[in-house]
Design a binder for this molecule. Structure first.
Ligand code: PLP
Ligand code: COI
Length: 339
């Protein structure tokens, strides 16, 4: 293996040694299988290719200060994949098999877990797809679960640095009663065009509003949003955002710090009242927002200066990272140690 420059990693794909797979055939899940191939072969009429029967997850493993490898909130990701499956009529992958598959793939690719000092991590990408052939629109009768890993650095360039986002009302990520609450490929396909336009204009991401009224803040294409006002941590409650496991963890940490946590509808008009705003997610960790530009009204909302994160974002970021890297006690049992 060529020497990896761990501290220079971006959020990209790098081949690793093994992936783990499991097939649903004849009405049942088979045994976990280990593969060294980066390819999948399937029928050209597979439902994942035609009708979007595809769900994925994203979680991370960290090499701790004590040299141990910790996986963050494995059970939560397993359960969320099940709710994605329910939404698009896919066969659910059992939680215990999900956990076993992830522990196995991390263990077998141990040498790719970035060292503690690098601040990088091992991204774990479970995927579940309909592989059964159908021409009429209906759920497949065969499925494939596969999980691969790849070492990653920060999702938004520059690590714990501020990013700028843009509101553009002509694009929706998902429908009001649609699939926004689950992690399926179609949501991401729907965000590609607006995402590209935002990138071309120099923004890290689009900040989507609710698709019905275009009044409330939802989230960005790959992360939830939170806002800080005094001693309050506020985050949008919506039928069209993904329930972020990072956000759920930050709500708990904020509460533990004595903050008030509000999960409620948050309007664009409220933005000037907040002192700090951040995006959060497995890939994004916490990405403090420096400025949100509203491309339709021409208004700009500024929350930070010269790339310097606000102090509450910093405190939350440090608290979360400390648990993930084994520097602080894991009071809630969020991490699973890979023996
Ligand atoms: N929202 C969307 C649309 C995402 O893709 C992600 C990433 O998983 C998140 C939010 C953050 O969720 P989590 O913290 O569980 O990674
Ligand atoms: C994650 O945060 O794990 C994500 O899945 C975001 C993105 C890479 C889709």
């Amino acid at each position: 293996m060529d020497k990896i420059n761990w501290s220079e990693l971006s959020f990209g794909y790098m081949p690793t040694d093994y992936n783990v797979r499991c097939y649903f055939r004849n009405g049942k899940w088979g045994e976990l299988e280990v593969s060294t191939s980066e390819n999948i072969t399937m029928h050209m009429a597979a439902t994942c290719l035609h009708y979007g029967q595809e769900a994925f997850e994203g979680l991370k493993a960290f090499k701790g200060v004590d040299g141990k490898i910790r996986i963050f909130r494995l059970d939560e990701n397993a359960k969320r994949m099940q709710s994605s499956c329910e939404m698009i009529m896919m066969e659910k992958f059992p939680v215990d098999m999900f956990e076993e598959a992830i522990l196995k793939v991390v263990k077998m690719n141990k040498r790719f877990v970035p060292p503690y000092e690098s601040g990088a991590s091992l991204y774990i990408r479970p995927l579940l797809i309909g592989t059964g052939a159908k021409v009429g629109v209906s759920p497949a009768d065969e499925y494939l679960f596969v999980v691969f890993v790849t070492p990653v650095g920060p999702y938004f360039k520059g690590g714990f640095q501020t990013a700028n986002m843009v509101i553009m009302r002509e694009f929706d990520r998902c429908a009001p009663q649609g699939t926004g609450t689950v992690k399926i490929g179609g949501n991401y396909a729907a965000s590609l065009k607006s995402g590209e336009i935002a990138h071309q204009k120099g923004y890290s991401s689009v900040l989507y509003l609710d698709s019905k009224e275009k009044k409330y803040i939802d989230e960005c294409g790959a992360a939830n949003f939170f806002m800080i006002k005094g001693n309050t941590y506020a985050t949008p409650r919506s039928n069209s955002v993904l329930p972020s496991i990072t956000n759920k963890s930050l709500c708990q940490l904020a509460e533990d710090m004595g903050m008030t946590v509000e999960r409620r509808k948050i309007t664009v008009e409220e933005l000037p009242e907040f002192e700090e705003v951040g995006a959060c997610g497995t890939a994004a960790v916490i990405t403090p927002i420096e400025r949100i530009d509203d491309a339709d009204t021409g208004k700009s909302y500024v929350f930070a200066k010269d790339g310097v994160p606000g102090k509450v974002c910093r405190k939350l970021y440090d608290a979360l990272r400390a648990i993930q890297y084994g520097e602080a006690p894991d009071h809630y049992g969020w991490t699973t140690i890979v023996e």
